[in-house]
Design a protein around this ligand. Structure first.
Ligand SMILES: *Cc1c(COP(=O)(O)O)cnc(C)c1O
Length: 426
């Protein structure tokens, strides 16, 4: 075998053998095809696979509830009253934050609203929100409804950063232009860390710097970034960020989301917020008095006592990431795994597949977004054929197959088989 024969199973096997975290795959349940063989699962960008530790943690919690009833709030190794606190340190590590800056609570879109309640305070001269044109619909709806909530008309107050005609990726020059022109009128910029459709990673540090220079608050939706790429939210001075835990964080559909509020804001009790009793000072919470005294950390934004069954799944997932060695280890493998996918596609399929995700490794995470470029071959039909052949990818309108090899449970053989089957199908 020649070293450069990357399109052979032996080459993929050799890469797996050299992979220091290849064993992590054993910590996950991999869905089966009808034939009984493992699926080739490339949809960790949509719903991460189940970590065995998450299952164990949920069962432990069910047992505690069964055996202890209300006393489970205070008893056992992981009492429910402070359950979210068991997750804080690892959540902070994953997004590059101080522990006081993060809390696991609510759902992603709910957190976007709560953060905008604090960080979108329109003034007469500064009332606009800037998002990207192809923002995830939920984010777009949340932002429009916030504008309406404050009595601002959407047409004059929503600014959109769009890719240029005929292009898919966002171009920074266009963003700088909008900020130069409208900076003094913009109250908030809300952008994704990783764009869900194209897989483009945005330069969160630079965007925050440029926006802050104009007095604009900056928030990021990290749904596709948390657990995927390395983040340094604290150092980047990001004002707030929100993310779900069921994509690259493998905590199960609809599981409890994450929220980051920068240190410079967490002690500001003057900041407007939509409050609830779980955000109140822990030492006096159960005095049941009516004067709200917020906890001086991200926890001060909590509303309710959290769904501990779901937090248990998050705990099992975080422990799995920790076992692998953390985000840097995952990212190292991810860079190799996705590069292998990119190289194989170029070698085996050439022009037949157009990859719209940036080729530059700094501008992408796990995911590649593919467009089928063969006359008479419909992308959606191609996606269905892959499905029939044991390959789980996901289809996004109007025209993209998203493929995300995930370093925790995908291996180089999976990638090899994906490209082999894709080639056969074409
Ligand atoms: C997945 C995703 C969502 C989903 O929102 P939920 O509130 O978790 O249902 C929202 N925004 C983005 C950018 C996403 O990728």
């Amino acid at each position: 075998m020649l070293d450069n024969e990357i399109n052979t199973l032996n080459y993929a096997l050799a890469l797996d053998k050299a992979d220091p975290i290849a064993h992590m795959r054993e910590h996950f349940a991999i869905p089966k095809q009808a034939s009984g063989e493992n699926e080739y699962y490339f949809t960790g960008n949509s719903l991460g696979l189940q970590p065995k530790l998450a299952r164990e943690a949920v069962i432990e919690l069910l047992d505690a509830w069964q055996q202890r009833g209300v006393k489970g709030h205070f008893e056992g190794d992981f009492p429910w009253m402070p359950y979210h606190e068991f997750l804080t340190e690892q959540a902070a590590e994953i997004v590059g934050a101080l522990p006081k800056e993060v809390v696991m609570m609510n759902s992603l879109t709910a957190n976007l609203h709560f953060m905008m309640a604090s960080f979108y305070q329109p003034a007469k001269q500064r009332s606009k929100i800037l998002i990207e044109d192809h923002a995830f619909p939920s984010d777009h709806y949340a932002v429009e409804s916030q504008l309406k909530h404050h009595g601002k008309d959407v047409e004059n107050n929503l600014l959109l950063w769009k890719p240029r005609d005929g292009e898919e990726l966002l171009n920074y020059d266009d963003l700088w232009q909008i900020i130069a022109q409208h900076g003094d009128e913009i109250a908030l910029i809300l952008l994704p860390g990783v764009q869900y459709y194209t897989g483009q990673v945005l330069d969160m540090k630079l965007i925050t710097q440029v926006a802050h220079a104009k007095g604009i608050k900056v928030g990021f939706d990290l749904a596709h970034a948390a657990g995927n790429i390395e983040l340094s939210l604290h150092d980047w001075q990001v004002d707030f960020a929100c993310w779900c835990s069921y994509k690259y964080l493998n905590s199960g559909a609809g599981s409890v989301a994450g929220c980051f509020i920068h240190q410079k804001h967490v002690e500001n009790t003057e900041l407007n917020r939509l409050a609830g009793w779980w955000g109140h000072d822990k030492s006096t919470r159960f005095k049941m008095e009516n004067t709200f005294k917020p906890i001086a950390s991200a926890e001060g934004w909590q509303l309710s006592n959290p769904p501990v069954l779901s937090l248990a799944a998050v705990r099992g997932s975080y422990d799995t990431i920790k076992l692998a060695g953390g985000m840097q280890v995952l990212r190292n493998k991810s860079l190799k795994l996705t590069q292998y996918l990119l190289d194989l596609i170029a070698l085996e399929l050439g022009e037949k597949i157009r990859v719209i995700t940036p080729a530059d490794a700094n501008q992408r995470g796990c995911q590649l977004s593919l467009m089928v470029n063969v006359a008479g071959l419909d992308g959606k039909a191609m996606y269905n054929t892959l499905e029939e052949n044991g390959i789980t990818t996901d289809w996004r309108e109007p025209n993209v197959i998203r493929v995300a090899p995930v370093p925790l449970y995908n291996n180089f053989q999976d990638v090899y088989h994906f490209v082999r089957i894709l080639k056969e199908c074409i």
